[in-house]
Design a binder for this molecule. Structure first.
Ligand code: SAM
Ligand code: DTB
Ligand code: SF4
Length: 329
């Protein structure tokens, strides 16, 4: 049984130009305000831009698993670490087509393809372009996350009809250097510029629970909110601690900090889809409900993320039903 998209759920949401108005000290004071004041404010902002019962559903597919040359300390797909993930060949266009069909039948509206690449190259990139066309043929919104892009590659993806490109800044510029050494924060921002100038919508967020400070979380949200145009989608991932990665023993994040981070994201980026992303398998229903109340209005939907578990479709349908939430684009 699928979830039916209402298609009417949202108020006319226009994405704010990132006006550069946010600074870290001000955002820290928002983050730190009394919990119920913060949630009230986030819920008010949410209702000015969205139907609070509407949720956008994205399904992920890993089109190239493992063996990545980057050293992201959180990632089980990095070739630098010995993890349960084995490198595999890129999947076929037919497999993508079939998976997109199944995702649409289950109620998802967006199909997101992830590849464990530093950057796409040659024939692999040509195949990724075909995959974008295949997803469009199925009638879903398409999203891809393939690593760094040149200006030309972004334009080719746009020409293939790509709707969204996911490229996360992950954390603050300061903390980033402790998490990834094989590329810079500036590299990340450059790809985002290429995506924007090609006319593709931006999906950009980060990870909480990596041992970052409250200030790092706020600084990350300030960077996102002050982009020349705010990202249309903002995934907030809670670290999935995978054996063999340098962050496998990170202390568990206080769930209150996850909720605060989502509320602040909602306040700073009122018209963006804030996605409660990785880590939901470890969250109970009450915590997820609180995250929706704080302004999250999108999830990854389907039994797998890229290499790790996500809640079963039936469990999500049941939770959304009980919260009177329905799917919308
Ligand atoms: N290789 C491309 C890149 O890094 O841009 C695309 C795929 S990469 C796996 C996409 C995003 O997944 C990362 O930017 C990170 O935010 C998130 N991610 C990866 N491993 C994670 C983990 N263990 N827990 C939470 N999020 C994770
Ligand atoms: C994003 O922000 N989260 C997704 C998607 N964009 C590509 C990936 C989460 C990955 C979690 C770990 C894994 O399954 O490998
Ligand atoms: Fe590679 Fe992306 Fe994983 Fe980093 S997050 S190791 S770039 S797949």
């Amino acid at each position: 049984m699928g979830i039916e998209a209402t298609g009417t759920g949202e108020a006319a949401a226009s994405i704010d130009a990132g006006s550069g108005q946010w600074d870290i000290a001000r955002v820290e004071s928002i983050y730190r305000q009394p919990f119920h004041d913060l949630l009230h404010r986030a819920q008010c902002v949410h209702r000015q831009h969205f139907d609070p019962s509407a949720v956008q559903l994205s399904t992920l597919m890993n089109i190239k698993s493992g063996g990545c040359p980057e050293d992201c300390a959180y990632c089980p797909q990095s070739a630098h670490y010995t993890t349960p993930v084995a490198p595999e060949k890129m999947v076929s266009v037919a497999e993508v087509h079939a998976a997109a069909h199944a995702a649409r039948a289950a109620g998802a509206t967006r199909f997101c393809m992830g590849a464990a690449w530093r950057a796409p190259r040659g024939r692999d990139f040509a195949r990724a372009l075909e995959m974008v066309r295949a997803v469009r043929d199925v009638g879903m919104e398409s999203c891809a996350t393939l690593g760094m892009l040149t200006e030309e590659q972004a334009q080719q993806l746009a020409a293939a009809g790509l709707d969204y490109y996911n490229h996360n800044i992950d954390t603050s510029a300061e903390f980033y250097e402790r998490i990834i050494t094989t590329r810079s924060y500036a590299d990340r921002l450059r790809t985002l510029e290429h995506v924007r100038s090609a006319g593709i919508r931006v999906c950009c967020g980060g990870i909480v629970g990596m041992g970052e400070s409250m200030r790092d979380r706020c600084a990350m949200l300030v960077t996102l909110a002050n982009l020349p145009r705010q990202p249309e989608s903002v995934p907030i991932n809670m670290l999935v601690r995978v054996a063999g990665t340098p962050l496998s023993d990170s202390p568990k994040l206080d769930p209150v900090d996850l909720v605060r981070t989502i509320a602040v994201a909602r306040i700073l980026m009122p018209a963006s889809r804030v996605r409660l992303s990785a880590g939901r398998s470890e969250m109970d229903d009450a915590l997820q409900a609180l995250c929706f109340h704080a302004g999250a209005n999108s999830i990854f939907y389907g039994e797998r993320l890229l290499t790790t578990e996500n809640p079963e479709v039936k469990r999500d349908q049941d939770l959304l039903d009980r919260l009177d939430m329905a799917a919308s684009r």
